[in-house]
Design a protein around this ligand. Structure first.
Ligand code: SAH
Ligand code: SF4
Length: 377
């Protein structure tokens, strides 16, 4: 399921594909690089900003491409560390892109480390019972151009907030593919988008600072391990036994732990980097000491980092987070065994939690903007 816009998004073109399409029109190869330079480096917002292109070429580009396929509807700058950009795609679908600032001592929020969380699908088909993104099922895959556009919109917003140093193309430090959707279920668009983000003619952003999070599509994890660009991997585990995992994640029926864990191990051995296991703590579902012990054994075997995330309540769903004491008890089982583990207690500050539950709110807000929303274009 994809959306075929009347005009192709420029943000979905690679240097190669744009050179070919301009070549068909009889343009010299250097023109493609010029266009992409305007887009990513000089941040042109309109075709006639691209002043070194002939007018005829500007008009042809305008008739053929959309310069920006995701329009900014709202930039919700919270007092908190997360900002959310609400974006509207060509077919009216709404998605959210999140900017998460990690407060650092002695450094203002504008200069602290920034992680950008992007979406890859409108909705999600995986049906995890705790997740807002999947509640209404999958509407459609996002195209590569729409995935890239989220990062360019972040650049526009951040350029306004803090003028960037000349040498620096982007002001953020990490990208996590943890927004709406299962990225590995939209594999080709994901890889094309990340290739554009990484390329020196694109945003020039290091693959090692990009983390792809999956609910556990085993064949695609193995395929990702073979990609020439070494992206990082996070796996949403959320259950340390098949019994618990199957209850909350239907994907575990197709890819139970006996298939998933060896694939994660293969990925990590291939890359020589630690994989992250995401584990949401949901009261009375997966927060027992027994689950903690199983998770400890899995993490030790995979030499993986464990990120414990107290569950964020979703309106209309019955799940809750365990109390702080129970969270700490769970974490200490891992910690005592020497597992690298993080447990964040501040509400909403965790990256996966901040971006893992976007769909419902976005759909509601379309009809009813919040009073404290700040409009900006
Ligand atoms: N589909 C991918 C990536 C998007 S979800 C995946 O499942 O990994 C990003 C993360 O947010 C996942 O770990 C997901 O399980 C988590 N998440 C979803 N709903 C959440 C909630 N209500 N509270 C905390 N984390 C949540
Ligand atoms: Fe989809 Fe990830 Fe939510 Fe599961 S947790 S429904 S895979 S977005």
């Amino acid at each position: 399921m994809t959306f075929e816009p009347a005009k192709r998004p420029l943000t979905g073109e690679t240097l190669e594909s744009l050179t070919a399409s301009l070549g068909e029109r009889g343009e010299k190869p250097f023109r493609a690089r010029q266009v992409l330079d305007w887009l990513y480096k000089k941040r042109a917002r309109a075709w006639d900003d691209m002043t070194n292109l002939p007018k005829g070429l500007q008009a042809w580009l305008d008739a053929t491409y959309t310069l920006m396929p995701a329009a900014l509807v709202l930039n919700r700058q919270s007092a908190d560390v997360t900002d959310k950009l609400l974006l509207e795609l060509g077919d009216g679908s709404l998605i959210e892109t999140v900017i998460i600032r990690a407060p650092q001592d002695g450094v203002g929020l504008d200069h602290s480390r920034k992680t950008i969380c992007i979406s890859t699908q409108v909705g999600c088909a995986m049906g995890c019972v705790f997740c807002a993104s999947g509640l209404a099922g999958l509407k459609r895959d996002m195209g590569a151009g729409e995935i890239v556009a989220q990062l360019l919109q972040v650049c526009y917003a951040e350029d306004k907030r803090t003028p960037r140093a000349r040498a620096e193309l982007v002001s953020f430090d990490n990208i996590v593919v943890m927004g709406m959707g299962e990225p590995l279920a939209n594999y080709d668009a994901l890889i094309r988008a990340l290739t554009i983000v990484n390329a020196e003619w694109g945003l020039g952003f290091g693959a090692r600072r990009i983390t792809v999070s999956t609910s556990g599509l085993v064949p695609k994890i193995l395929r990702l391990a073979d990609e020439p660009l070494g992206f990082r991997l996070a796996v949403s585990l959320h259950g340390a036994t098949d019994e618990v995992r199957t209850r909350i994640m239907p994907v575990n029926k197709a890819y139970p732990l006996a298939k998933l864990l060896p694939a994660v191990k293969a990925f990590s051995e291939r890359h020589g980097r630690m994989v992250t296991l995401e584990f949401i703590l949901i009261a009375d579902v997966n927060d027992s000491v027994e689950q903690a012990r199983r998770l400890r054994d899995i993490a030790l075997d995979l030499h993986a980092h464990v990120n414990l995330i107290p569950y964020n309540t979703v309106e209309g769903l019955p799940w809750t987070r365990p109390d702080a004491e129970r969270q700490a008890a769970f974490a200490s089982v891992l910690d005592k065994a020497g597992v690298s583990v993080t447990l964040r207690r501040e509400k909403g500050h965790d990256i996966a939690a901040a971006c893992g539950q976007l769909r419902l709110k976005t759909e509601r807000e379309r009809a009813q903007p919040q009073p404290d929303d700040k409009n900006s274009s």
